[in-house]
Design a protein around this ligand. Structure first.
Ligand SMILES: Cc1cc2nc3c(=O)[nH]c(=O)nc-3n(C[C@H](O)[C@H](O)[C@H](O)COP(=O)(O)OP(=O)(O)OC[C@H]3O[C@@H](n4cnc5c(N)ncnc54)[C@H](O)[C@@H]3O)c2cc1C
Length: 423
């Protein structure tokens, strides 16, 4: 049986794989995209029902296609984003095959390229690109034993308030997912506890411009690397209900009980770090620093944007912030479920190639691996802060596709003696 051969095999047809396909096509690089589920599956089955984009439609998109059916300042629902990506893949004629899982890719011994085992046979490829996503496997820190008599789920499996048992809910993690889910459950009438760690919380909008615009003009989307020591600082933003600033003091005032980082569990009692006030204060500092940077930009450029001094007003401290709880007996508090909004890990176990460091992290420069022919796309901070976002991955995809095309040119080169042999 003959083995299918392809120049570049892209694994994953989320936004990363689709964007890459467009750029590979523009560069004339023959390629194939394999997707184990459906196109843009993460936006269909990997998010809760009410999720909308964190950025407005004018921004959270690829440059070559607008969301024509909605207000550009609105926040697209998750299914609309999935449909958008499907439409985009059709527009760029991306050669995608769905329902095929890549099980293993390894370098050919004594020859160029890779042998790739899939759920539907073997493919040989000169290059492989892992576009398999940064948010693949939900991570729950090992705090509460799995067999403890309380329902525990990761935010990845949260769908809507009706899914939870009666009673109060504890949400661990106050990044965008945890904060949005906490707000949704509070509005649905649940008693909510929210464990808040270090976070940034930019203003949703300031002086008439959304924060995505401010990050753009201030060059903050393009920051190349996280500030050392901020690896655990999450960003808390929301497009829900037309988009509002995440303000944990407001959450407290509305009845959500804030607690510090979740630390340990024993005999039904959960213990929290004493860092709640510090985390809230640092979040405030981040918020105010963005207002300051925006004001300085307005002053420097003379751009006509209305002042908004009320953005600096601070809600009163709720009692849970003045006197933070350090221990909570879950049963006594009536907590019947815990949602872990504690992030994800990637999975490159199918890549049997020498492209990872001792911690299993890809060794790469802007997605170009140290291992010839191996590429990554959609990694957090692949080239900049915006790398995992819809618009950001498109630019990284262009770079990766250009590098693949460049390598093809080098490999096509023939030296004088080889040319002479051909004549
Ligand atoms: C809750 C949440 C909300 C977000 N909201 C926004 C937002 O509003 N705006 C924004 O810009 N970004 C947002 N993001 C970030 C990012 O845009 C999404 O996570 C996006 O889905 C990442 O796209 P991707 O193509 O890199 O990965 P994915 O969408 O995860 O696509 C990877 C694909 O690879 C496939 N795959 C994996 N392994 C294999 C294999 N071995 N063989 C074949 N196929 C495989 C998967 O099935 C998947 O379809 C959000 C992320 C999360 C978690």
């Amino acid at each position: 049986m003959s083995i299918e051969k392809v120049d570049t095999l892209v694994v994953g047809a989320g936004q990363a794989g689709i964007a890459l396909s467009e750029h590979l096509g523009n560069n004339g690089v023959p390629h194939l995209v394999l997707e184990k589920n459906r196109v843009a599956e993460a936006w269909r089955s990997g998010r809760w029902d009410s999720l909308v984009a964190n950025g407005p439609a004018w921004h959270d998109r690829f440059p070559n296609l607008e969301f024509t059916d909605s207000d550009p300042d609105a926040f697209a629902p998750k299914e609309r984003i999935a449909d958008y990506l499907v439409d985009y893949a059709k527009m760029v004629e991306a050669p995608i095959r769905t329902g095929i899982e890549v099980l293993k890719a390894e370098r050919n011994v004594g020859g160029a390229g890779f042998t790739v085992e899939t759920s539907q046979g073997v493919i040989e490829a000169n290059n492989i690109v892992a576009a398999t996503g940064a948010f693949q496997h939900p991570v729950i820190p090992p705090v509460i034993p799995e067999d403890a008599s309380i329902e525990q789920l990761h935010s990845f499996y949260y769908r809507n308030p009706e899914q939870l048992p009666d009673g109060a809910v504890m949400i661990v993690g106050a990044g965008s997912s945890g904060a949005q889910i906490a707000d949704e459950l509070r509005r649905a009438g649940k008693k909510v506890y929210l464990s808040v760690g270090p976070h940034d919380r930019p203003p949703r909008a300031y002086r008439g411009r959304d924060f995505v615009w401010w990050l753009g003009v201030l060059g903050m989307w393009d920051v190349a690397a996280m500030k050392p020591g901020t690896e655990h600082v999450t960003i808390s933003v929301s497009g829900a209900d037309g988009g509002n600033t995440i303000d944990f003091r407001r959450f407290g005032g509305e009845g959500i009980t804030l607690v510090g980082l979740t630390q340990s569990y024993k005999d039904g009692v959960l213990t929290f770090a004493g860092d709640l006030q510090e985390n809230i204060a640092n979040g405030d500092e981040n918020y105010l620093s963005m207002l300051d940077a925006a004001d300085a930009y307005v002053e420097r450029t003379g751009i006509d944007l209305p002042p908004e001094p009320e953005a600096r007003n601070v809600f009163a401290d709720p009692d849970c912030l003045t006197n933070p709880i350090r221990e909570l007996d879950l049963a006594k508090a009536g907590i019947t479920s815990i949602i872990w909004a504690t992030g994800f890990r990637q999975d490159f176990s199918w890549m049997k190639v020498d492209a990872f460091d001792e911690n299993g992290k890809p060794r790469h420069q802007r997605g170009v691996s140290s291992e010839p022919g191996v590429y990554f796309l959609g990694l957090p901070w692949q080239s900049r802060r915006g790398s995992t976002f819809i618009w950001g991955v498109w630019h990284d995809a262009k770079h990766v596709a250009d590098q693949i095309a460049n390598q093809r040119l080098y490999l096509e080169y023939k030296g004088p003696s080889e040319r002479a042999c051909e004549d």
